[in-house]
Design a protein around this ligand. Structure first.
Ligand SMILES: CCCCCCCCCCC/C=C/C(=O)SCCNC(=O)CCNC(=O)[C@H](O)C(C)(C)COP(=O)(O)OP(=O)(O)OC[C@H]1O[C@@H](n2cnc3c(N)ncnc32)[C@H](O)[C@@H]1OP(=O)(O)O
Ligand SMILES: NC(=O)C1=CN([C@@H]2O[C@H](COP(=O)(O)OP(=O)(O)OC[C@H]3O[C@@H](n4cnc5c(N)ncnc54)[C@H](OP(=O)(O)O)[C@@H]3O)[C@@H](O)[C@H]2O)C=CC1
Length: 281
């Protein structure tokens, strides 16, 4: 099977089983395709059967091994069942990509109790549910690697207070569980994407999309990231190349989170005369 122009060795994940939550679309689907292309047997889960069916078809079309399970990560019992299904079908789980998540843009003062709860339940509690169940069923005895997908929230997350809070909590959980589970041979890391062009962005109200387009340019690359760029980081952190990395969060954001007023994005210059002087041949 083709390796999607991957720089990684084609058999990197031979005999490995990988679970990608939210693997039916966007970043999760791209990651599932990468792992399958690199020899893994991949399990994907999500709430929507049709999305999962389309993803399975795409991965089978590329020659990959993939199974899908409908599961809402907010439902602890369903998540425990999901781990049992992986056990029944594949025997063991080696890698967990905790990618399922989402939110809606809204000013903090307008977020309803139900809306707040839905986003916290999904992005914090759901992510924890999957890590805990994977550890108890699989990783405790044989070790494993977890990579959580969070978001760029280091300068706060205006218009997305709920998800900013949840993702900051998962950043902390990543460190806590890397400590608690290290002695079991489990590495726990995270990636924090900036704004990535995915099908997920299309779920937002068309009225806010121009703002997202603009925000997507506010980084040193002056563009949104790609699904492939995030998937490459997920693959790296899950692989033996990252054997000495745990408790880390890798920012994949074109430098969005290190914004400095003296060097704003898009190559704008606060001191053009100074820069021009230095650029003389
Ligand atoms: C204005 C400018 C914005 C600038 C922002 C710039 C930066 C953008 C950076 C983007 C970075 C991140 C990108 C991504 O993550 S893309 C991937 C996104 N994919 C998704 O978000 C899809 C998944 N999302 C969801 O499924 C839902 O949002 C949710 C997490 C809430 C799922 O929960 P549930 O299925 O339970 O949801 P419900 O539909 O039942 O809703 C529950 C209650 O939530 C409130 N709600 C839901 N949607 C909205 C909305 N659009 N606006 C306001 N409130 C909302 C509401 O109270 C719901 O209850 P009720 O329906 O009973 O009222
Ligand atoms: N695109 C971006 O700019 C950024 C994205 N992220 C995060 O990356 C992850 C992937 O996002 P992206 O690919 O862009 O968007 P998508 O909306 O395409 O992906 C989210 C996936 O998660 C699944 N999902 C959502 N809620 C649940 C749930 N409760 N249980 C199980 N599965 C669920 C969805 O499937 P279904 O609806 O069928 O359940 C969907 O497949 C998300 O956590 C997102 O918030 C973070 C930073 C930036």
């Amino acid at each position: 099977m083709s390796a999607l122009n991957s720089i990684f060795s084609p058999a990197l994940f031979k005999d490995k089983n990988v679970l990608v939550t939210g693997g039916g679309s966007g970043l999760g689907l791209r990651a599932a395709r990468e792992f399958a292309a690199l020899g893994a047997t991949v399990f994907i889960c999500g709430r929507t059967q049709e999305k999962l069916d389309r993803a399975v078809k795409a991965i089978h079309g590329e020659g990959g091994r993939v199974e899908s399970v409908v599961c809402d990560i907010r439902d602890r019992d369903a998540v425990v069942e999901l781990m049992q299904t992986v056990s029944d079908q594949a025997g063991k789980l080696d890698i967990l990509i905790n990618n399922a998540g989402g939110q809606f843009p809204a000013p903090a003062e307008t977020i309803s109790a139900k809306g707040w709860q839905a986003v916290i339940d999904t992005n914090l509690t759901g992510t924890f549910n999957v890590m805990q169940a994977a550890f108890n069923k699989h990783f405790r005895k044989k070790g494993g690697a977890v990579v959580n997908v969070i978001a760029d929230m280091w300068q706060g997350f205006p218009m997305m207070a709920h998800t900013g809070a949840a993702r900051a909590a998962v950043d902390n959980l990543t460190k806590t569980l890397a400590n608690e589970w290290g002695r079991h041979g489990v590495r726990v890391n995270a990636v924090a994407p900036g704004i990535i062009r995915t099908s997920g962005l299309e779920t937002y109200d068309p009225a806010v999309r121009p703002m997202i387009e603009e925000a997507g340019k506010q980084n040193q690359a002056a563009r949104m990231g790609t699904e492939a760029e995030v998937a490459a980081a997920l693959v790296f952190l899950a692989s033996p190349a990252a054997a000495y990395i745990t408790g880390a969060t890798l920012r994949i954001d074109g430098g969005q989170s290190i914004f400095h007023p003296l060097y704003p994005p898009n190559g704008e210059r606060v001191w053009p005369a100074f820069d021009d002087e230095n650029e003389k041949p």
